[in-house]
Design a protein around this ligand. Structure first.
Ligand SMILES: *Cc1c(COP(=O)(O)O)cnc(C)c1O
Length: 381
C-alpha cells in the first residue's frame, strides 16, 4: 500500500481527461445528461444520489482509512443519524461511551429514544461494565477514542471482540484521532464515523461528515438511506474537505508536536490540578493509545485547580487560543465543555466536571501558544 500522504494527494484524483486540470473540479450541476433513457455517463443522474466532486472525496477518504467504501455527508451528525437508522430498529439497544460527543448523546437520548431505541452509557475502558451493559437486543457498540472532552482511551481491538461475540457491530467515531493517527477498521471495527469538520477538513471552514466501511451490503444501505434522507455535502463543501485532507499528515504531526509541549507545560503549572492527555505516561490509557495510535493527537484537556470560576477565567484570558467550540483546525481554540460543547449533558451521567477546560492545539508556533496559555494561567493563581 502507498504511504498515507501519497494516498491523501492521489487516491481518486487524476488530472481531468479533457482539460488536464490537475486539481479536482467543483461540479455544481444538480442533474446530468443521459444518452438515451437510463444512459448515464458514469452513473451520475442527480446530485443528491451522487456527484463527481463528492465521489473523489469519498475515494480519498476510503483510501485514508484503509476501507473499501466511504460515504461523505453534510455533517458528522448527518453521517451518524444515517448509520444509526440503518443499524437500529425500535426495541434495539446500543451502548455509547459515558463521555460521548455531546451531539451524539443528544441524538441518541432525545431523538432516537422517541423511536423506541434504548441506550446505556458505559465507560468503555471498563470491559466488565461493557459486558454487563450488553443485552440480547444490543446491535451497536459506539466507541470514541480518544473521547471528547475527557481524552479517555478505549481498546478498539478488545471492543471489537466483545461486540462481535454479542452479535453487535463496533462503530468507531475516529474524529479526534483522524485516520493519520488511527485506523479502526484494521483493528476490527465495522464502521468508522468522521466529523470531517475537524481534523480531516482542518481549516475550520467547512462542516461535513463521513462513514467508512469494508462491508459491501452495509455500504449499499448507507447509499440508499442517504439518498432517501438527503444529508449530502454540497460540491464546494466536498472540495474544501478534499483539499484540506491532502495535508492531513503534516498538520497532524505539528498538532501532536504542539500538544505534547502544551501538555508538558500544563503538567508543571500550579493553576492546573490535572492534565488529560493520552501522551502523558501517567494517563490511564497511555499504553493502549501507544499500541493503536501513531501519536497522541492535538487535543488536551485539563482541570483548573481553582474550580469552575478559574476555568471560566482561563477560557476568557487567552488571546491566541480563541474561545470557541469545535476543534481540529489550524488555529488553536479553548473552551469550557460544561457550559459550551457539552451543556446538553448537564444532569445526565455524561455531565463533565465544571473545572474542565478543553484545548484544540493548533499548528501555530509552539512558543507563542505556551506564552499565551501561561499568561492566562498565571492570572488565576
Ligand atoms: C464535531 C463532532 C461530531 C459531529 O460532527 P458535525 O460535523 O459537527 O456534525 C461527532 N463526533 C465528534 C467526536 C465530534 O467532535
Amino acid at each position: 500500500m502507498q504511504g498515507f500522504s501519497t494516498r491523501a494527494i492521489h487516491a481518486g484524483q487524476v488530472p481531468d481527461p479533457t482539460t488536464g486540470a490537475v486539481t479536482t473540479s467543483i461540479h455544481t450541476s444538480s442533474t446530468y445528461a443521459q444518452d438515451g433513457v437510463g444512459g448515464t455517463r458514469g452513473g451520475y443522474e442527480y446530485s443528491r444520489s451522487a456527484n463527481p466532486t463528492r465521489t473523489v472525496l469519498q475515494d480519498q477518504l476510503a483510501a485514508l482509512e484503509g476501507g473499501k467504501h466511504a460515504h461523505a455527508f453534510g455533517s458528522g451528525m448527518g453521517a451518524t443519524d444515517t448509520l444509526l437508522r440503518i443499524l437500529l430498529k425500535p426495541g434495539d439497544h446500543l451502548v455509547i461511551p459515558h463521555d460521548a460527543y455531546g451531539g451524539t448523546f443528544r441524538l441518541v437520548d432525545k431523538v432516537l429514544s422517541g423511536f423506541g431505541v434504548e441506550h446505556t452509557p458505559v465507560d468503555l475502558a471498563d470491559h466488565d461494565a461493557l459486558r454487563a451493559a450488553l443485552r440480547p437486543t444490543t446491535r451497536v457498540v459506539w466507541c470514541e477514542t480518544p473521547t471528547n472532552p475527557l481524552l479517555g482511551i478505549a481498546d478498539i481491538a478488545v471492543l471489537a471482540g466483545v461486540a462481535h461475540e454479542a452479535g453487535a457491530r463496533l462503530v468507531v467515531d475516529n474524529t479526534f484521532a483522524s485516520p493519520y493517527l488511527q485506523t479502526p477498521l484494521a483493528l476490527g471495527a465495522d464502521v468508522v464515523v468522521h466529523s470531517t469538520t475537524k481534523y480531516v477538513g482542518g481549516h475550520s471552514d467547512v462542516v461535513g461528515g463521513a462513514l467508512v466501511t469494508d462491508d459491501d451490503a452495509l455500504s449499499e444501505q448507507i447509499a440508499f438511506v442517504q439518498n432517501s434522507t438527503g444529508s449530502v455535502p454540497g460540491p464546494f463543501d466536498a472540495w474544501l474537505t478534499l483539499r484540506g485532507a491532502k495535508t492531513l499528515a503534516v498538520r497532524m504531526e505539528r498538532h501532536c508536536d504542539n500538544a505534547e509541549r502544551v501538555a508538558e507545560m500544563l503538567s508543571a503549572h500550579p493553576a492546573v490540578a490535572s492534565v488529560l492527555y493520552p501522551g502523558l505516561p501517567g494517563h490511564p490509557g497511555h499504553e493502549v493509545a501507544a499500541k493503536q495510535m501513531r501519536r497522541f493527537g492535538g487535543m488536551v484537556s485539563f482541570l483548573a485547580a481553582g474550580g469552575r470560576d478559574a476555568a471560566l477565567r482561563i477560557c476568557a484570558g487567552t488571546r491566541l487560543f480563541t474561545l470557541a467550540e469545535s476543534l481540529g483546525g489550524v488555529e488553536s481554540l479553548i473552551e469550557h465543555p460544561g457550559e459550551m460543547t457539552h451543556a446538553s449533558t448537564a444532569g445526565s451521567m455524561l455531565e463533565v466536571p465544571d473545572s474542565l477546560v478543553r484545548l484544540s492545539v493548533g499548528i501555530e508556533d509552539a512558543d507563542d501558544l505556551l506564552d499565551d496559555l501561561r499568561a492566562a494561567l498565571d492570572a488565576v493563581r
